[in-house]
Design a protein around this ligand. Structure first.
Ligand code: DGJ
Length: 387
């Protein structure tokens, strides 16, 4: 009997693999992945507690009442999967290795008049908790349907429950009609030539001085890749790639975190940074970013400042080792500080797969400190005992 089964398997299995490939062996994968995760495996498929690859790209994490909540872009299969066809998904975990799917926290809408209609672009969601209002506040990068990346808006939604459903409030071009705190007098009086050719030295000089700030003064500043950061005193900040992705802006959020105060600044003018992720250690602010090469990876850049308003000093690329100049084929999205461990910070990056976005991978690596300088090294596998 056993012999017959073995012979049948030997004949049948190669045929099955040839027709359906390894992916056809769903039953094998299910079995393999239904075990408990005990480590991080950067760049590999990461299965949730239902044995499905986690779908939370460009994400961020909120720790609330001892539970970690991971919010990210739900991507779908095929080229079109980079637009929002489902919404923002939420997962929960107590140990950071094993994640339970909590469903769609903010769903796309069918109403064609809605800004978050199915087919819009909803990227890089970040959720923070507002102690005063008791509400969870989600910010994300919004691009209006059918407009590519031209709208360059940031949007906000709120919920009474951490996992949602979140109620969409509105989108912004931040700081309309407000000059930045740095360079305000100069900018309001400055005249710029509008006919300068892009990428020439004269144009770059004008960009650094505020060519695009002035251009967008009335309608509000562009906001593409973004993150939010809550400081120790509870003040929250919105950090976003503005001015055609050439300059980052930092804007203070209102007490309830759902709008902007008029306090904002430009940092690293002309630096061409996106994918911002901020963290704080020993009273220093660190800002991790990438260059702007679309879905393709490039070298990460790190900056440090004594005050969130700057001045920000470059610290170079924090990644070291093989493929460090490509951020290990990933792009920053968040840095997670572990409250219960000293000096423990996790770099979270996305390895994008634009032709099949649902298969995008996560690269989580420990951040170590050499003196005050953060360093990120590749590891095939690691766990929290390393901190
Ligand atoms: C790079 C950004 O970091 C991503 O979030 C996304 O906006 C892509 N560009 C789009 O090309």
């Amino acid at each position: 009997m056993i012999k017959t089964i073995t012979i049948a398997a030997l004949i049948f299995l190669p045929w099955w693999m040839a027709v359906f490939g390894f992916a056809g062996c769903g039953w094998i994968k299910e079995k393999e992945v239904s075990t408990i995760n005990r480590s991080f495996l950067p760049g590999q498929r990461w299965f949730d507690t239902d044995s499905v690859h986690i779908n939370a790209h460009g994400g961020g994490i909120l720790l609330h009442e001892g539970v970690y909540y991971w919010f990210g872009e739900h991507k779908t299969a095929g080229r079109g999967g980079n637009t929002a066809l489902v919404g923002i998904r939420c997962y929960s975990s107590k140990d950071l290795y094993n994640w339970k799917n909590e469903g769609v926290a903010l769903a796309v809408e069918d109403d064609t008049n809605s800004e978050i209609v199915k087919g819009s672009v909803m990227e890089r969601p970040k959720v923070i908790y507002n102690e005063k209002s008791g509400k969870f506040v989600m910010w994300f990068h919004l691009e209006l349907k059918g407009q590519g990346y031209r709208a360059a808006r940031t949007a906000v939604a709120v919920s009474d429950r951490v996992t949602g459903p979140y109620q969409y409030l509105r989108s912004y071009r931040p700081n309309a009609g407000v000059w930045p705190m740095n360079g305000h007098e100069d900018l309001s009086n400055m005249r710029f030539r509008q006919d300068l050719k892009w990428w020439t030295p004269e144009w770059m000089e004008a960009v650094k001085l505020g060519l695009f700030v002035k251009r967008d003064f009335e309608k509000g500043q562009m906001s593409r890749d973004m993150t939010v950061f809550v400081d120790d005193d509870g003040t929250a900040y919105h950090i976003h790639a503005s001015e055609e992705n050439l300059t980052l802006h930092i804007s203070e959020l209102s007490d309830d975190y759902t709008s902007f105060t008029e306090k904002w600044t430009r940092i690293l003018p002309g630096g061409h940074n996106e994918a911002p992720a901020m963290f704080k250690r020993h009273n220093k602010y660190y800002l991790l970013a990438s260059g702007c090469t679309g879905w393709k990876p490039n070298a990460a850049r790190l900056f440090v400042a004594e005050s969130i308003w700057g001045p920000w000093q470059p610290l170079g690329n924090p990644c070291v080792g093989n493929d460090a100049e490509l951020t290990f084929h990933a792009q920053s999205t968040f840095v997670l500080p572990l409250k219960d461990r000293k000096d423990a910070y996790i770099f979270m990056g996305d390895r994008w797969v634009p032709e099949n976005p649902i298969d995008g991978r996560y690269v989580w690596l420990p951040i170590r400190f050499e003196g005050d300088k953060p360093i990120i090294r590749w590891q095939n596998e690691w766990d929290l005992s390393e901190f």
